[in-house]
Design a protein around this ligand. Structure first.
Ligand code: S3P
Length: 448
């Protein structure tokens, strides 16, 4: 599948998921590998880098700031680190496409540079809230401005020196935490970030791998500015957020038996496994090992009869990207599933609560949005047309729903699947999903 606009996906009903596969590399870890490798000293080799358009936007941004990044003939990404103070001014604005992670983490990393820079992105990224990073960065002395609505483009001007701050995040967010820790590398003193509940900790783990001292105290992470990072070999595990679609797919499709190899199982990402197991899923984790500070394992999923649950609030940050897939599991489960406390889902690549409720309703499922969550009654999935709103995870979630649908599901506007999961259609088809890319003028049977 390529990344042209107006790509639609057609999923025909039925099928089961079987086989033994690897999903592409973790998006969050791939972003951080480029960022930290670029400002480290010496060479960083990245094995398993995700070549999705989000991570390529990060890679491109550092190339534009003078960092030499190339692909070796063994397929690794090699970065010649320029050190904390070696980045140079880009020729124009850095366009980060659809990637919130690139924008929020780069805002922190670039707030302490000696050159001005503008961060921009696509229509979805330009709608997403940025005050959550601009406000604490301003408290650190950064000169950073958004527009009146608190959205990008972000303009950053150099300042003589950032000051460290203690900062308590109102909502758990790895992007905000990482933004402030990256700014903290350039700040005078010790920056401490406190979260209400833990969010993904890949930045902290990778900083330590690259030799930077970090202190963890309960929910607080601290680092002191002025150190150095050393280039390192980094291994990127399979992305559990991509695996999530297949964890749900193999659970809901009868007679499935699927193994996903070498997936990242960092506890701050494992909410999907806890939620699915609570719904009755049959998931087995084996061959656990640790590589470059990150735990990885093989995950086997066999079909199971799922039941609805009240999703525990503490699992929200550790399953934050997996809710579109979880809602498909809920639609196929017996009884009700209820989620509250997840208003963050409304400000992701799309309003994921509304997009999922609308899509499920189109497929004949009772789903009612709450301001901060959703109510879903398990039922029979009909055929229908889905608007993905250009959101990769909405598109992939509804593709998986085809496994239990009564007829064709047509999913519109799917080009952004390429942001996080290049090769999704081919890989999903290879394990049994009846999916193909359609020309954009195709009319669904359900529309006729
Ligand atoms: C990410 C953190 C999460 C997640 C996003 C990736 C990261 O965002 O939704 O896809 O790599 O730090 P929040 O931290 O805003 O919840």
């Amino acid at each position: 599948m390529d990344n042209k606009q107006h790509i639609n996906l057609q999923v025909m009903p039925g099928g089961k998921l079987t086989g033994n596969i690897r999903v592409p590399g973790d998006k969050s870890i791939s972003h951080r590998a480029i960022m930290l490798g670029a400002i480290a000293e010496g060479i960083t080799d990245i094995n398993g880098f995700l070549k999705g358009t989000d991570c390529l936007a990060t890679l491109d941004a550092f190339t534009q700031m003078g960092v030499s990044i190339k692909e070796t003939n063994t397929g690794q990404i090699q970065i010649e680190g320029v050190g904390l103070h070696g980045l140079t001014a880009p020729n124009g604005p850095l366009n980060l496409g659809n990637s919130g992670t690139s924008m929020r983490l780069l805002a922190g990393l670039l707030a302490g540079q000696r050159f001005p820079v503008t961060l921009t992105g696509d229509a979805s990224l330009l709608r997403r809230p940025m005050r959550r990073v601009t406000e604490p960065l301003a408290l650190m002395g950064a000169k950073i401005s958004a527009n009146e609505q608190g959205t990008a483009p972000l303009h950053i001007e150099p300042v003589p020196k950032l000051q460290s701050i203690p900062y308590a995040l109102p909502i758990a967010s790895a992007q905000v935490k990482s933004c402030l820790l990256l700014a903290g590398l350039y700040a005078q003193g010790t920056t401490c970030v406190r979260e209400p509940t833990p969010s993904r900790d890949h930045t902290e783990r990778m900083l330590q791998e690259l030799g930077y001292a970090i202190q963890y105290r309960d929910l607080e992470t601290c680092l002191t500015g002025g150190g150095t990072l050393q280039g390192h070999a980094i291994n990127v595990p399979g992305d559990i957020s991509s695996a999530a679609f297949f964890l749900v797919g193999a659970s809901i499709a009868p007679q499935s038996d699927l193994t996903l190899q070498q997936v990242g199982i960092n506890p701050t990402r494992l909410g999907i496994v806890h939620i699915l197991r609570a719904m009755g899923a049959n998931i087995n984790i084996s061959n656990v090992e640790k590589r470059c500070g990150e735990p990885i394992a093989d995950i086997r999923i066999q079909s199971a009869k799922l039941h609805g649950i009240n999703i525990p609030k503490e699992l929200i940050p550790v399953a934050i990207d997996e809710f579109p897939a979880v809602f498909i599991a809920a639609a196929c489960a017996e009884g009700k599933t209820i989620l509250h406390g997840a208003s963050e889902l409304r400000v992701k690549e799309s309003d994921r609560i509304q997009a999922m409720a609308d899509g499920l309703n189109n497929l004949g499922i009772v789903a009612k949005p709450y301001p901060d969550g959703i109510y879903i009654e398990g039922g029979k999935i009909a055929s229908g047309t889905i608007l993905s709103l250009g959101d990769h995870r909405i598109a992939m979630a509804f593709a998986i729903a085809g496994l239990r649908a009564a007829g064709e599901i047509l999913i519109k506007d799917c080009a952004n699947v390429h942001t996080s999961f290049p090769g999704f259609v081919e890989l999903a088809a290879s394990i049994g999903l009846n999916i193909k890319v359609l020309p954009s003028n195709h009319q669904s049977q359900a529309d006729l």
